[in-house]
Write a protein that binds this ligand. Structure first.
Ligand SMILES: *[C@@H]1O[C@H](CO)[C@@H](O)[C@H](O)[C@H]1NC(C)=O
Length: 303
């Protein structure tokens, strides 16, 4: 019974948002024909629309469903454009990064690398594409045109952007960690704790393309951590984030018992290595450190 009420509550919260997403899709579609003549205005308007869509879903998660997101690390300057990398645990990673984007005034400027399969999701897929999100297959030959579409706006038109990717390319699971461990052992690579070894190619391509754009000032590395009860890295499902009240309230008090944390680090882009190999190693070093940050968090939460 309680479950049923939660589902009904979720539907009641999400239905108006979905209707709004539909309206946003319509507005974004109406803007498309003007893109050639007024690219900057269309980008700004699309960003406004995107911002309102994402702010609403963030409001469901944080305010309606009581998720408390704690943050630590470097301050992120307001309005600064950056390349953002993060570890990937679950759907709620999206809210962790958005929480920081809101504070930096960049919510509407977030452009996420998303799986091309999302294009097929009704309403959402079209909206993502129209907002200018890079939809990629992770086959770099096939993705070339799509990447150029996204990079061009940033380098030629200097559009303010947070270009966000999950460098592990897939969600963390204990099974994938075993695979990653094996791969690292075979290739003589350090295995970062609580993480999968990062894919470096996308990162290297992104940095090499965007470092020429004067407004891209930094790379942000975000470390995302969750806990439920004593279980580290246990994140809620997408439906839980939308339907369950009291996500961060203790389980004993009828809440979800989740903890949400994001740690941000900021690296000036001019300090990064120039060559591809150096950049790949740089990302690997970040992942090793990220593993240490996660382990510290785990120990702290375990106390
Ligand atoms: C778009 O927004 C940026 C920053 O918010 C502003 O500097 C720029 O003038 C805007 N461009 C147009 C064409 O509205």
């Amino acid at each position: 019974m309680a479950k049923l009420i939660t589902h009904i509550r979720g539907l009641a919260l999400v239905a108006p948002w979905l209707a709004y997403l539909l309206l946003a899709d319509l507005l974004l579609s109406l803007l498309l024909p003007f893109k050639i003549l007024f690219p900057n205005t269309v980008y700004n308007l699309s960003s406004r629309i995107a911002s309102s869509v994402w702010r609403w879903i963030q409001h469901i998660f944080e305010t309606r469903n009581g998720a408390v997101i704690t943050t630590s690390g470097d301050p992120l300057p307001e309005g600064e454009s950056a390349i953002v990398v993060a570890n990937h645990v679950g759907w709620s990673d999206f809210y962790m990064i958005q929480a920081l984007a809101i504070r930096a005034g960049m919510l509407g400027r977030c452009r996420w690398f998303a799986k091309i399969q999302l294009r097929m999701v009704p309403f959402l897929g079209w909206g993502l594409w129209a907002m200018g999100m890079p939809l990629v297959s992770r086959n770099w030959v096939k993705d070339k045109a799509e990447l150029e579409r996204v990079f061009r706006g940033i380098t030629e038109r200097r559009w303010p952007t947070w270009l966000i990717s999950f460098s592990e390319a897939t969600r963390f699971t204990p099974e994938k960690q075993v695979e990653s461990r094996r791969w690292c052992a075979d290739h003589n690579r350090p295995q970062p704790e609580h993480l999968l070894y990062p894919r470096t190619k996308g990162f290297v391509t992104t940095v090499q393309h965007l470092r020429g754009a004067p407004h891209i000032k930094a790379v942000y590395d975000m470390t995302i951590a969750y806990q439920r009860d004593r279980q580290f890295h246990r994140a809620p499902t997408m439906w839980e984030t939308l339907s369950t009240p009291g996500l961060s309230r203790a389980r004993g008090e009828g809440g979800g018992g989740y903890r949400f944390h994001v740690h941000a680090r900021r690296f000036p882009i001019e300090d990064l290595p120039q060559d591809d190999e150096g950049l790949a190693k740089w990302l690997e070093d970040r992942w090793v450190e990220k593993g240490q940050i996660l382990e510290e968090k785990r120990m702290k939460w375990a106390q």
